[in-house]
Design a protein around this ligand. Structure first.
Ligand SMILES: [Zn+2]
Length: 245
């Protein structure tokens, strides 16, 4: 039965991909035909591009204390919100390109330090349903713009409730312990700052930049930073497409 469910899911993913290719692209921002994000809507993703770095984080409630710097491209609304929604819930992976490019531009301009981009992993169930991990795609597109390598260092260690279903105080408990380092074999990428042992990767003094789609309370970023610091990271910063207030 599980196998059938898996097959059904796989067929669903393939069918939605085939549909993507068959349908003409429409803009996620304004529904204009021709491209996934039109020239009129793209600038909305650069809303903060020219702001000086070091903008006070100002997160309500707990600030993720372990993070050196948190940057984002735009508020979670309008074009950014619609494009992220389409990437996450309608299976249109093409949106990762313009969203990731915006992340890369903001980080290239405002990021202080950082040697490797590490996406915040989505839950395996969601990756299976969608056929991709949106933060990974965003990180890869961002890396091409800001010139940093992408390394899939983290994985989910247990299932968590979707953060938007929880209030602020429950969110941080929900994600504590939700992430762990992948093993060196799984990571499969040579990065100078990774040590040479099998088993969970240890970072030798690397400055990691976490990449995610939306920043809300920062508790997810904080939980990831905890794991990276526990495994030898020198510092952890983060950059996201949008910030929800
Ligand atoms: Zn548009």
């Amino acid at each position: 039965m599980d196998l059938l469910a898996e097959l059904g899911r796989g067929v669903g993913v393939l069918a939605s991909r085939a549909l993507d290719l068959a349908l003409p692209a429409t803009c996620a921002g304004c529904d204009r035909e021709g491209t996934t994000l039109c020239a009129q809507c793209r600038p909305a993703l650069d809303a903060r591009l020219h702001l000086a770095p070091g903008t006070p984080v100002g997160l309500p409630g707990d600030i993720p204390a372990l993070l050196v710097q948190v940057e984002w491209c735009a508020s979670f609304g309008g074009v950014a919100r619609r494009a992220l929604h389409r990437l996450k819930y309608t299976g249109d992976r093409r949106l990762a390109e313009p969203l990731g490019h915006a992340v890369g531009r903001r980080w290239a301009r405002a990021g202080a330090g950082g040697e490797v981009l590490v996406p915040v992993p989505a839950s395996p169930d969601r990756v299976r349903d969608r056929g991709y991990d949106q933060a990974e795609l965003i990180a890869r597109a961002a890396g091409r713009v800001c010139g940093l390598p992408v390394c899939l260092l983290l994985e989910r260690s247990r299932v968590t409730t979707a953060q938007f279903d929880l209030d602020r105080s429950a969110r941080s408990g929900n994600v504590a312990g939700a992430f762990r380092m992948r093993t060196r074999t799984e990571v499969g990428v040579e990065v100078g700052a990774l040590d040479g042992h099998d088993g969970p990767v240890r970072l030798a003094g690397a400055w990691v930049v976490l990449v995610d789609d939306v920043l809300t309370t920062g508790s997810t970023l904080g939980a990831c930073a905890r794991v990276l610091m526990d495994h030898g990271a020198l510092a952890v910063s983060a950059v996201t497409v949008a910030r929800e207030r």
